[in-house]
Design a protein around this ligand. Sequence first.
Ligand SMILES: Nc1ncnc2c1ncn2[C@@H]1O[C@H](COP(=O)(O)OP(=O)(O)OP(=O)(O)O)[C@@H](O)[C@H]1O
Ligand SMILES: [Mg+2]
Length: 263
Amino acid sequence: MGRIICISNQKGGVGKTTTAINLAASLASAERRTLLVDMDPQGNAGSGLGLKRDQLNGTIYEALLNGRPMKELIHSTELRYLHVVPATPDLTGAEVELVSHERREFRLREALRPLAKEYDYILIDCPPSLGLLTLNSLVAADSVLIPLQCEYYALEGLSQLTHTVDLVRQELNPSLKMEGILLTMFDGRANIANQVVDEVRGYFKDKVFGVVVPRNVRLAECPSFGKPIILYDIKSKGCESYLALGREIMNREGRKPPARKVA
Ligand SMILES: Nc1ncnc2c1ncn2[C@@H]1O[C@H](COP(=O)(O)OP(=O)(O)OP(=O)(O)O)[C@@H](O)[C@H]1O
Ligand SMILES: [Mg+2]
């Protein structure tokens, strides 16, 4: 069975999508069958992997609202082991439209169920809010990965997120685990960045990933070329850090190479 990891933080611009794309690419480069599901109406996960909006065969909206099978919404990417289900701005409407649906928090979980055996990892990129789209992602996931930007307000809002995670655990998804906190956009020259790292590690201890993602201009550039960092600049510090994150996640699980599908 594959593992479903939701990448979430209601704070905007902390590196969720950058992490979703590049962690997914890192796992795929290790030949793990990986699916990235975009749950953000901004639709940056698909475009960051080179999908053009006018060439999409369908988006996550159709699975959530119309019950269209996820299989029909999967798009391939330049990486053989990496697939993506994209989103477009119409997903904004889903926040409201879902409200009147039965089992509205379970739509994504139910949509993903038939895919569990097809993938080793399913990553979900969340929007910067704690609405129904994020709730669906937390309910569908085995674990949550929280990117935190190494800056002064890094911890602001984190208690709200951990409270939401606790509520989801109590009410909707008891097996939801913490995959870890990922420190992003680290600038070693800034005192504040070092303080944030110390503070977060002091408080969250082994819940924080060993790897810290540096601020790296190559990571900021690659989405405009529709490529993950591994296909844009494999030698960059940004690429190194996301490959290391992929290894950390694979090692933590003590996974053997996954069994290949026969035929
Ligand atoms: N390590 C990094 N170094 C430099 N730039 C980065 C890094 N990580 C992310 N960025 C840039 O910072 C901006 C925000 O990153 P990203 O889109 O990944 O955040 P997000 O949390 O998904 O944002 P949103 O909340 O809007 O979905 C983007 O322009 C991205 O290219
Ligand atoms: Mg994003």
